[in-house]
Write a protein that binds this ligand. Structure first.
Ligand code: GRF
Length: 217
């Protein structure tokens, strides 16, 4: 069966992109990464992608008069490359409703919180300030309103009492590197459908036990 053609959009470090590259490079890899695209020419992730032999492209938003023309260029490049699914991975530009609707149900994002809680930036500092016992990360289909859309996979991460935002970010990032490849695999295997703006996953198993923080006893 032909592998799903995906593009990964980044702006910086690109560790989530790396986790997708790694899962796609296995013999039963779920998808083929046909492009890594960045709006920042010196994004660290671009070098990794180049070294991995993946076509890369920079489209610098500053070279366009407005968001629409910037996004039109991105869409044209994605279509040229035959992209079927777009994975946002630390792409730090707000996207217009027009772009999001063009790629509706073919555009996914990873966010470092348990959505719908803690949309936006600085999630870990806000979680700690609130004294929440759990946070996590979410892979979701993108809808026009920021950090909304049907949820595909989440991981819950306990918050330690002495966590600072950096420690917590590291543990959440480890979980991100597990769930983004999983979500991609589920989509590529054709197991994910959206009904009434909710995701259904064929054959998905739900863990039944709860996790308590602090631990009992
Ligand atoms: C991740 O925390 C992701 O959840 C958020 O931006 C960060 C990107 O990190 N959207 P990286 O560039 O993938 O390392």
């Amino acid at each position: 069966m032909a592998r799903l053609k995906i593009a990964v959009l980044i702006s910086g470090r690109g560790s989530n992109m790396r986790s997708l590259v790694e899962t796609c490079s296995t013999t039963d890899g779920p998808a083929e990464i046909v492009m890594v695209l960045s709006n920042v020419a010196d994004a660290a992730g671009l070098k990794f992608a180049k070294d991995a032999g993946i076509p890369t492209m920079t489209i610098d938003h500053r070279h366009f008069p407005d968001r629409e023309t910037f996004e039109q260029k991105i869409t044209a490049s994605l279509i040229d490359a035959g992209v079927e699914l777009v994975c946002l991975a630390g792409f730090m530009r707000l996207l217009t409703a027009s772009f999001v609707n063009t790629w509706r149900d073919r555009l996914v994002n990873i966010h470092p919180s348990l959505l719908p809680a803690y949309k936006g930036l600085h999630t870990h500092a806000r979680v700690i300030a609130d004294g929440a016992r759990f946070t996590g990360c979410t892979v979701h289909f993108v809808r026009p309103e920021m950090d909304t859309g049907p949820i595909i996979v989440q991981a819950a991460v306990p918050v330690a009492f002495d966590d600072d935002a950096d420690n917590l970010a590291r543990r959440v990032l480890d979980a991100e590197h597990q769930i983004y490849p999983l979500a991609l695999r589920l989509i590529a295997e054709g197991r994910v459908t959206i009904e009434n703006n909710l995701v259904r996953i064929k054959g998905a198993q739900t863990p039944v036990s709860s996790v308590v923080n602090p631990g009992l006893g």
